[in-house]
Design a protein around this ligand. Structure first.
Ligand code: HEM
Length: 478
């Protein structure tokens, strides 16, 4: 029985939707499947490319592991219907549970700890909570600026994804758990990030190889890798928790404090193991994604000088001479926010999510799907639906923040935009990410001209999330 079937007590193991009419890639080899055309190092880009030839929904197989992918806007919209579909943990997410256990991101829908933690932690993501995180976010952005100033003085380029990783990891560490990773004390990659990337990449492989025909020994190799790197991350989380306990409760107003505070009867709300997993979930989901979003936004800004100029004019007008922006001044950067929204449309750092049928039903009026069967929904089609363009707007493949101007937003169906997932399992950290990312973008836009190598062609690295690869910027003080 698969892990899903065991958890949910279902009698049938979870399978990808079975329908003989689903198109499949050409040049499939018996038993081996689509190994000639599937690019294992960039699975979601490979899957999105298939859609160009195979249409809105199709299947592919890799050494016996079978996936069904939906890209068409109508099909993905139907999958987003919470009454008939729910989140599914795809193979790589099941593998990720070695690292992240039953934390919010990787919990099964019916695990009691999901509802318990969701209810408990929602107050850590309100507007009032954002107001508390704001000064910490500004402090970390200042550290980023100090580092970029050194590059500007020395005339050296910054590796954008590495820099955005530093700022977002440090921010989530301090905001969620009062923990500094010291991300700006050295220029080398944080050990936390190295182990996390290795665990994410390993989970990707482990998830797939567990589903293939290959002997178990192959998956075991990846499992050992994931366990080794997860052990490091668990140790970091345990030490953060131990430090907080040693300091005593009552000095912080953050996520860790909420999790460690006992209930009215003095009993712990979450178990020790679950607190560790939640912390890992937040440290990972809370920086990797925002880092990618910031990196893509900086890429688009560097390629669109007119957009950059408008964004800078806005920051100058709203922030004026203030050294540190106030909390209220972040939401007033409406054009910068549109830049971010548009980046997440064209380059969603979480390119999709799995959806599972709650009951036997018919998907998009055409494909019968049985309870428990699942489909990987990619947002690429939704985000490039023809409804994204219109009078005065650029074609859907081009970068145009004005798509998010109020008049266009109002005129367009709201369900075409899903960078933060859908339904009750959508992103709990959305407001956190938006506040942080607009603040960081505003800070950089105000201070630097961003010069990119004109010969650079966008390449995207995949490690569960997407990130520009090898993208360098030369920050010049204005
Ligand atoms: C631009 C940044 C971000 C993007 C694009 C993003 C995207 C997503 C997506 C697509 C999901 C749903 C995944 C699924 O259905 O399988 C999700 C869930 C989640 N995200 Fe984010 N996220 C971002 C930032 C953050 C931040 C900053 C945090 C924490 C501070 C966070 C914490 C989580 C958690 C805990 C979940 C699981 C929620 C649940 O199932 O209850 N995310 N995110």
């Amino acid at each position: 029985m698969t892990a899903v079937a065991r958890r949910t007590g279902r009698s049938r193991p979870a399978n990808a939707l079975r329908d003989p009419r689903l198109p499949r890639p050409p040049r499939r080899i018996p038993l081996l499947g689509d190994v000639l055309t599937f690019r294992g190092e960039e699975p979601t880009q490979s899957a999105a490319d298939y859609a160009n030839h195979l249409g809105p929904i199709y299947e592919f197989t890799f050494l016996g592991a079978r996936y069904v992918v939906a890209v068409g806007a109508d099909i993905v919209t139907d999958l987003n219907d919470e009454k008939r579909f729910c989140k599914h943990l795809g193979p790589e997410m099941v593998a990720l549970r070695i690292m992240a256990g039953d934390g919010l991101f990787t919990a099964y829908n019916d695990e009691p700890n999901w509802q318990l933690a969701h209810t408990l932690l929602m107050p850590a993501f309100t507007q009032a909570a954002m107001r508390r995180y704001h000064p910490v976010m500004v402090d970390v952005a200042d550290e980023l600026v100090a580092a970029w100033d050194a590059h500007a003085r020395g005339g050296t380029a910054v590796d954008v994804s590495a820099e955005t990783t530093r700022v977002t990891l440090e921010t989530i560490g301090r905001c969620a758990a009062g923990h500094s990773f010291g991300a700006f004390r050295s220029t080398t990659t944080q050990p936390f990030v190295e182990h996390m990337v290795a665990a994410l990449r390993g989970s990707d492989k482990l998830g797939v190889f567990r589903k293939t025909y290959l002997p178990r020994i192959v998956a075991d190799i990846y499992e050992r890798t994931v366990r080794k790197h997860s052990a490091y991350l668990h140790d970091v989380a345990d030490r953060i928790i131990a430090a907080r306990r040693a300091e005593g409760l009552g000095h912080h107003d953050d996520l860790l404090e909420i999790m460690l505070t006992p209930d009215a009867d003095g009993r712990p709300v979450l178990s020790e193991a679950n607190i560790r997993y939640q912390l890992i979930n937040f440290l990972v989901a809370g920086h990797e994604t925002t880092s990618g979003a910031l990196s893509f936004a900086l890429y688009f800004l560097s390629r669109n000088p007119d957009v950059f100029a408008r964004a800078r004019a806005e920051v100058d007008e709203v922030w004026g001479d203030a050294r540190r922006p106030e909390f209220e001044q972040i939401a007033k950067l409406r054009y910068v926010r549109r830049v971010l929204d548009e980046s997440l449309r064209l380059a969603p750092t979480v390119p999709g999510y799995y959806r599972e049928a709650r009951q036997d039903t018919v998907l998009a009026g055409r494909y019968p799907i049985r309870r428990g069967e699942w489909v990987l929904a990619l947002t690429a089609g939704l985000h490039r639906d023809p409804r994204w363009t219109g009078p005065g707007l650029k074609p859907v493949d081009e970068f145009d923040p004005d798509r998010f101007a109020p008049e266009h937003l109002k005129a367009r169906a709201g369900n075409l935009y899903k960078p933060f997932g859908t339904g009750e399992r959508s992103c709990i950290g959305r407001q956190f990410a938006l506040h942080e990312a607009v603040l960081v973008l505003g800070t950089l836009i105000r201070r630097y001209d961003l010069v990119a190598d004109p010969g650079y062609t966008l390449a995207v690295a995949e490690r569960l999330t997407l990130m520009p690869k090898g993208f360098l910027l030369m920050p010049l003080r204005r």
